[in-house]
Design a protein around this ligand. Structure first.
Ligand SMILES: *Cc1c(COP(=O)(O)O)cnc(C)c1O
Length: 438
């Protein structure tokens, strides 16, 4: 399989190059030259398969012979050594809990796969890859724990001092080994600016091979299609449902784009609801075909506070820029903070289920979708992207109830924080990077 840029002006590349580069040289995002397809017979063959076997079947089609099948299979088992529960709330509503990985958010699915592919390709090239990320919290922790202990890679992550929660800081600063945390005396914008400077600093590139691990990397996107495929197959097998509807809490739209890949591959999926908070650039585009990104608005579902989503370019590419075609597959619904809070309360009262704000946005969007005429009964799967404990303060306040820290976290909470404090000055980052052993 080869990969093109959405801008179409750079030459197609191998998965290795697309993974190690992240962004195409023309500034576009990499997309597969064709989307692999599973015939109805192949889909039937996958009935009863485990999550990891479905993941392997998909990965093989995207990766071809670039990674030997045995090794690919080991990599997948190593990535997904945790459960993906599908919880039924009522007769036609399911919650796919994507928060059972080491950092309790769905970003573990993409980051862990990307880390292993990066390690594999770096070893082939006999290189040491340095992943440089600026983070305001969740991406950084998934990357830190995703790359932890992966040979031929190391991570340097920058986070703003005093601006992440205690839980997030523990996740960012305790991975150890090949993961270095830099606590920057500044804000998230300072961290981003410093990272950007590093990427264009020619003296640094003589000694280091730098890459980023943000959601534009195609190897973070492919694995996110696994859980769509798996859940749609679960509904087919266990509930005789031939077409599931997915409701996706969206920020940068990587998650939704991966869902579109799963549908195109032939998995039993009927439609998507793109659920956004007040940052509704894409939902407005789906309605009227005009894309007018706006400055970011702060909401309760902070990981979805994105004014100009980076993966929108890929989504548009997949629909050949045709907003009607996109609208046939995807309905866009935007949910306010007031509705989010009311939903967290109502869901707890009705189902005794604790939902964090991002999941609540999606749940509310599904309810609104169903309240419109002809689509009341389609079985719906709401993607739950984070564990409630990650938004503990907000939920405890809304429900007036204590949230327990899950066992996976006890050990992490007890580890000693390990970070280097630096000023918000590129020179300090450069000297840290230059001091890493080659
Ligand atoms: C990143 C994130 C999202 C948004 O996912 P995208 O792929 O950026 O659309 C939603 N919920 C949570 C908890 C997240 O961390």
């Amino acid at each position: 399989m080869i990969y093109f840029s959405t801008h179409k002006s750079s030459i197609p590349v191998s998965l290795k190059k697309a993974t190690l580069e992240g962004l195409a040289p023309d500034g576009g995002l990499y997309v597969p030259s064709e989307i692999p397809h599973f015939s109805p017979e192949e889909i039937t063959m996958l009935e009863g398969a485990s999550f990891n076997n479905i993941a392997l079947a998909i990965a093989k089609k995207f990766i071809g012979n670039d990674i030997p099948p045995d090794q690919l299979s080991d990599m997948i088992d190593n990535c997904y050594n945790f459960e993906t529960p599908l919880v039924q709330l009522n007769n036609n509503t399911f919650i796919e809990e994507l928060f059972c990985g080491p950092t309790l958010a769905f970003k573990d699915y993409g980051a862990r796969f990307l880390a292993r592919l990066t390690g594999f390709f770096a070893a082939e090239e006999n290189k040491q890859i340095t992943v440089l990320v600026a983070t305001s919290g969740d991406t950084g922790s998934a990357v830190a724990y995703g790359f932890q202990g992966i040979a031929n890679t190391r991570v340097v992550l920058l986070y703003p001092s005093g601006k992440v929660s205690h839980l997030q800081e523990q996740q960012l600063t305790t991975a150890g080994n090949n993961v270095h945390a830099l606590e920057v005396q500044g804000d998230f914008d300072d961290c981003q600016r410093m990272v950007k400077e590093a990427f264009v600093d020619p003296t640094l590139h003589k000694s280091l091979t730098l890459t980023s691990a943000n959601s534009i990397n195609i190897s973070r996107l492919i694995p996110q299609s696994f859980y769509y495929a798996w859940a749609s197959m679960q509904l087919k097998e266990n509930y005789g449902c031939n077409k599931s509807l997915f409701c996706v809490p969206s920020g940068n739209y990587g998650n939704l784009t991966a869902g579109v890949l799963a549908k195109r591959m032939g998995f039993p999926i009927s439609h998507f609801i793109a659920a956004s908070n007040a940052n509704d650039s894409v939902t407005r585009y789906i309605d009227d075909g005009r894309y007018e990104p706006r400055p970011t608005i702060t909401t309760l579902s902070t990981a979805m506070d994105v004014g100009n989503p980076s993966n929108f370019a890929r989504l548009r590419y997949l629909y050949h820029n045709d907003h009607n075609a996109m609208g046939n597959d995807i309905s866009g619904i935007s949910i306010s903070d007031e509705e989010t809070t009311a939903t967290i309360k109502a869901v707890y009262e009705r189902f005794n289920y604790i939902m964090e704000p991002h999941t609540a946005v999606a749940f509310r969007a599904l309810e609104r979708y169903r309240s419109t005429a002809d689509h009341d009964n389609a079985p719906g799967i709401v993607l739950s992207t984070a564990h409630p404990v990650k938004f503990r303060e907000a939920i405890e306040e809304t429900l007036n109830k204590k949230i327990e820290i899950p066992v996976q976290l006890h050990e992490m909470m007890e580890k000693k924080k390990c970070a280097s404090l630096i000023r918000a000055d590129y020179k300090e980052l450069a000297s840290f990077l230059n001091g890493l052993d080659q």
